[in-house]
Write a protein that binds this ligand. Structure first.
Ligand SMILES: NC(=O)c1ccc[n+]([C@@H]2O[C@H](COP(=O)([O-])OP(=O)(O)OC[C@H]3O[C@@H](n4cnc5c(N)ncnc54)[C@H](OP(=O)(O)O)[C@@H]3O)[C@@H](O)[C@H]2O)c1
Length: 243
């Protein structure tokens, strides 16, 4: 359970395994008044404090509209962007440079980099600048250039490296305007989800987290975030991930 005094929080990607688990965990926090749950399909939840909205990364105006509707409820204390993609129809992560193609890069970058960047554009102005506020985006350890020992997964890795640069760049701009706002990236560990489904056979059972465990750990990490962490990326156990 998060110890933070959040009043208004927004989860973008509330239909995903981790996004949904975050919404459900935060709903148990009695200090939270409103949870804004955004997804393509406008996923509905049971709790009356959860308000659902739809958006599409392909249509920036849908992100802008959702942000304007949410702004009516007052500033946001926490935004978590939990969208992402790794595979899909005829799209498997590249093992070999011969597997690269423009359409794969476009599809992966749209969801993992361009989309979160547009969410930052429209949601950062909503963040509380009078008290501490956090915007966290789910990245991935494989986006770390210095930690890349296995190779492969070109588009996914590159999209997350670029996302980390967007997070860092945004954190510098935000710091100039609001001393209370922190922008970070988060790595959730390997989590049992649609995104990891084709690859989970290679993962030891003890290292494959449930979405609920990952959500709990990520909220614990956010509890310990200070202004000194602005622009950095952290794993589920609180360890900083190098660029
Ligand atoms: N699972 C892992 O092992 C793992 C490891 C490292 C990092 N991560 C990161 O954690 C984040 C969440 O992953 P997850 O495991 O929860 O995956 P997931 O269950 O597959 O959820 C992915 C989420 O992204 C949304 N999404 C995908 N394509 C979209 C699009 N074109 N437009 C808008 N939304 C879109 C999905 O919406 P729909 O429901 O509408 O498809 C869903 O809400 C991702 O950023 C992922 O890279 C996960």
């Amino acid at each position: 359970m998060s110890k933070n005094k959040y009043t208004n929080v927004a989860i973008i990607g509330a239909s995903g395994s981790i996004g949904r688990a975050l919404v459900q965990k935060l709903a148990l926090n009695s200090k939270i008044t409103n949870i804004f749950a955004l997804s393509r399909s406008k996923t509905q939840f049971q709790s009356s404090k959860i308000r659902s909205y739809s958006f599409e990364f392909e249509k920036e105006e849908t992100i802008e509209t959702a942000a304007k509707l949410i702004a009516r409820y007052g500033p946001l204390d926490l935004v978590i962007i939990a969208t992402g993609t790794l595979h899909g129809k005829e799209l498997t992560p590249e093992k070999n440079i011969k597997d690269l193609s423009t359409w794969k890069f476009e599809k992966i970058f749209l969801v993992n980099t361009f989309g979160p960047a547009l969410v930052l554009k429209h949601f950062i102005p909503l963040l509380n600048n009078k008290e501490r506020s956090i915007c966290a985006t789910l990245s991935a350890r494989v986006g770390s250039i210095s930690d890349n020992r296995l190779g492969g997964w070109y588009a996914y890795r590159a999209s997350k490296s670029a996302l980390n640069m967007i997070i860092k760049t945004t954190s510098i701009e935000v710091q100039r305007k609001s001393k209370n706002t922190v922008i970070v990236g988060l790595h959730p560990g390997t989590v049992d989800s649609e995104l990891s489904r084709p690859f989970k056979g290679n993962v030891a059972a003890a290292k494959l987290f449930t979405p609920e465990f990952a959500a709990e750990k990520l909220l614990e990490v956010l509890d310990s975030i200070t202004l000194a962490h602005n622009g950095k990326c952290f794993a589920w156990d609180g360890q900083e991930i190098p660029s």
